[in-house]
Ligand binder design. Structure first.
Ligand code: ZN
Ligand code: ZN
Length: 725
């Protein structure tokens, strides 16, 4: 066969390979990066052509033709992006079809979805100008639309208000030749000057701008309130005015209307937006605007990372330490690491920003692989908040709050300032228990307590979603003695309402914010600056700017101090500082009260006395001594099944076929939450000093695992650079 006669296609099936097809018999040719419809077994599937090949290992009679070329043969994923995806499936040991599918907007994963037509603008022809000069007569709507077009080309959207049947009117104008359609122009940034930069910010901007024309990863390590966003804006301004595109990635809960408004005001254009809360149609429109270069700026969450952008000149990833950048199921990739890889392949800069960088990034910065841009001062010149640690062993508490905490809240409200109370547990109480026999509500499917949601009268598992009605009497001893143990955000809200009846209370957690618009309403109320109490989970911790908050209360962080997960202390430190960073961001000084049963804990003392950088270098040393990431390289073989013994037997047999090499392997051991959603979860841990050593052995191991009889009975996957155990 002659060259490029075989097309190798990624299909959404869990097999670690591409599939060979012959070109379609007629019509537009299929080409790499384009979508095709093929037969696979007795099903029809949408795939993406990844490459062409001169020949196939399959005998000619088994090769089938591609049935249909979709999107008129358009190349929807460019060559660079295909290479990035190839790197991903090799690095993360995932089926190519899974990885390629995740790069497509959901609407394009089926054959019914198609690339939208490019948006049109409309303008008057000479004949249209003549018609407009004549009296409107009875064609008043028609005339009004011509009038609206008089000042220059406009979008269909801006004609939408003219008459109830504006589409029909527009069609008439087009038919008559009075109006012509043309492709909508690419919006140009129209930037407004930002606030004057303080020296740290100016130096950071200068460093990145000096290296805009090649790959460099910059860690923007700036304390809370240091104005990282304004640094991004200055960089975006430059990149967009050079005619390039930019991609900004933020954590899911950081993508707020306020942030988008800020981009709009500062840069003078509407960013295209991609996140999981959009409809399939909206996502497709944003994706296509970025792919065709019509959108200069794309702002999105993790999944926006794989959007094709032909003139991409800069990637910004904000809150780079945030756990939501790691996908925790299916194709388990780190959006941070893949963003750095994408920038390297494109030879463009990438900026990772955080007030509390991950140990991985700090190590890369410390060793000179990343540029290290420090912002040590708050942009408003506000001072950092003062700490007050409250030893709970010396205090009686009521609904989780000690007397001095309540006093401090009262005094702050009296000064007409705002208070934020942080508790990372939503619901009313984390457990419902019987005071008579000790029964407590636990999930039948998980190793977890059921959280009591009093208002809805339900017990809910926050891990698998299981729910049931709250029983009236104890299910075990029938005593009327059921009480909540511990506190959730709902209970705190109720208690604070009783203590401070005059202060409005705003709750921020997933239950409260689930209704669209509630978050914005509440944020607007906080911004008005009247005295109020904010109660919430980590949703409050992320990036918000609340100038009138001067007291932050952290109710409880103790479980992190003695967790079995070696990353728990890193996350605890990040969370405490992110929450504390909400305090005292304007002219009034802020205070943070931290309630704990373990004020003497060495890690906590280091964090509070010496700050995050000292805390992080201590953790890096500890990891280094243990050979743990980022000093070593880790992977997990995860497995789960209904029967625990199947999982254990599978992992033991996988262990037995692990190839010789330098990688150490441990287990099987149970996941920290062993039962989840009715399945038992266990894993093997692999730890190596070299990345290539680890990957070489895993690559040799995988075909052997697939041969194991139990490999079809349990669900299993490899997790490279795991973030949770
Ligand atoms: Zn009981
Ligand atoms: Zn559950």
């Amino acid at each position: 066969m002659s060259t490029s006669e075989i097309l190798r296609v990624a299909l959404p099936v869990p097999l670690p390979q591409l599939f060979d097809y012959l070109p379609p018999g007629e019509g537009v040719p299929a080409r790499p990066g384009g979508r095709v419809l093929v037969s696979f077994g007795n099903r029809k599937m949408v795939g993406v052509v990844v490459e062409t090949s001169a020949g196939s290992a399959l005998p000619a009679e088994r090769l089938q033709r591609i049935e249909q070329v979709l999107d008129d043969g358009a190349q929807i994923l460019d060559g660079k992006l295909i290479e990035l995806l190839r790197w991903c499936w090799q690095y993360y040991k995932r089926a190519p079809g899974d990885v390629v599918a995740s790069a497509l907007p959901p609407a394009l994963r089926s054959s019914r979805g198609r690339i939208p037509d490019p948006p049109q603008h409309y303008h008057l022809t000479d004949a249209g100008v003549e018609r407009l000069a004549q009296p409107a007569g009875r064609a008043r709507v028609l005339h009004a639309m011509l009038k609206a077009l008089e000042t220059g080309p406009v979008s269909g959207q801006s004609l939408a208000g003219i008459g109830s049947r504006w589409r029909k009117t527009l069609a008439t104008l087009l038919d008559q030749g009075w109006v012509e359609a043309m492709p909508a122009p690419v919006p140009e940034p129209d930037t407004r000057p930002g606030p004057e930069l303080i020296p740290d910010q100016a130096a950071a901007v200068k460093s990145v701008l000096a290296e805009l024309d090649h790959f460099r990863c910059h860690l923007l390590d700036g304390v809370t309130g240091s104005g990282k966003t304004e640094v991004y804006m200055c960089l975006l301004e430059e990149v967009l005015s050079n005619g390039q595109q930019a991609l900004v990635l933020v954590p899911e809960i950081g993508l707020t209307p306020q942030l988008l408004r800020r981009f709009r005001q500062r840069l003078g254009l509407d960013p295209a937006v991609i996140h999981s809360g959009l409809s399939a149609g909206e996502r497709l429109a944003s994706w296509d605007a970025a792919r065709t270069g019509r959108a200069p700026l794309l702002v999105g969450t993790r999944s926006a990372l794989f959007t094709p952008m032909p003139r991409l000149g800069l990637i910004v990833l904000d809150e780079e330490h945030d756990a939501s950048f790691k996908q925790q199921e299916g194709f388990r990739y780190s959006a941070r690491d893949v963003a750095v890889k994408r920038a390297a392949e494109l030879d463009i800069p990438v900026v990772l920003g955080s007030a509390t960088p991950s140990l991985e990034s700090l190590q890369n910065a410390g060793q000179g692989r990343y540029g290290w841009l420090r912002l040590r001062e708050r942009a408003t010149r506000a001072s950092m908040p003062a700490w007050r640690v409250l030893d709970l062993r010396q205090q009686t508490t009521s609904h989780g709050l000690a007397r001095p905490t309540l006093d401090a809240i009262g005094q702050t409200l009296e000064r007409n300032e705002q208070v934020m109370v942080f508790l990372n547990r939503r619901g009313y109480a984390p457990v419902l228990m019987c005071q008579s026999c000790g029964w407590f509500g636990s999930c039948e499917r998980c190793d977890a307590h059921l959280t009591w949601h009093r208002r809805s009268g339900r017990l809910c598992c926050h891990h698998c979603g299981h729910q049931r009605r709250v029983p009236d009497l104890c299910p075990d001893c029938a005593a009327d003695a059921l009480v909540g143990a511990g506190e959730g955000t709902q209970q705190l809200e109720e208690y604070l309402e009783r203590c401070f009846p005059d202060a409005p209370i705003l709750r921020f957690d997933r239950d409260q914010i689930s209704r669209k618009g509630v978050m914005d309403e509440q944020l607007d109320e906080v911004r008005r600056g009247e005295p109020c109490l904010l109660v919430g989970t980590q949703m409050l911790a992320k990036g918000h700017h609340f100038p009138a908050v001067t007291l932050v209360v952290i109710v409880n962080i103790d479980q992190a101090l003695y967790s079995a997960d070696y990353r728990a202390l890193e996350r605890m430190g990040q969370m405490i500082l992110q929450v504390a960073g909400r305090a005292g961001r304007s002219d009034k000084p802020g205070t943070v009260m931290l309630q704990t049963l373990h004020p003497e804990h060495a890690a906590l003392q280091l964090l509070l006395d010496k700050g995050y950088e000292a805390y992080a270098s201590w953790m890096l040393e500890e990891r280094n001594m243990a050979g743990l990431p980022p000093s070593g390289y880790q992977a997990l073989l995860r497995a789960d099944a209904h029967e625990k013994q199947d999982v254990e037997r599978f992992l033991r047999s996988a262990l037995a076929v692990f190839p010789q090499g330098v990688t150490r392997i441990f287990g099987p051991m149970p996941a920290i939450m062993e039962r989840l959603g009715g399945r038992s979860r266990m894993y093997l841990v692999l730890l190596a000093e070299s990345r290539s050593g680890l990957h070489g052995q895993v690559d040799a191991w995988l075909p052997r695992i697939r041969e194991l009889p139990l490999a079809r009975k349990v669900r299993w996957s490899v997790d490279i650079d795991p973030q949770e155990l």
